[in-house]
Design a protein. Sequence first.
Length: 165
Amino acid sequence: MKFASSFIILFLPWLILSGKYDASYIGMGVLCAAMVAWWCKDLLFPNEHLSIGNCIRQGIRFIPYACWLFWQIVLSNIHVLKVSLSPRMHDLISPKMVRFNTDVNEEISKFVLANSITLTPGTVTVRVEGQKFLVHALTEKAASGLPGESDEMERRIIKVFERES
């Protein structure tokens, strides 16, 4: 069930977005989606007892999070652009490693949190060990927006993935 669901989740968007419907393209899409579904089925569906209905609800709850994250990426891009074009660039850049403990518990939540931090310009998730994150931040402003100090991202991820067990 996990493999079939993963395959469908991966193959259907690929089919729609590729726009190519030749046998060779579809065959490659089936092959690639099947390989990725086989390798990642436990990542997409880590909990055997999570029903398809709950997975769909999580997917629907993820849409507002993805929109919010996109806006955060835009704002961070603007910040990094301002810093890089500023004549005071050397004063504004203050790289630091930030450690914080997270409130997220599920592995998928940690995965999304780590990748969301890395997708946001000016920050890179370096290590995740249990509940502890290590993140490199380019500036003081980027460091101040990380979870632990401002938990908006964590709160939103918990709302998406950890509301139901």
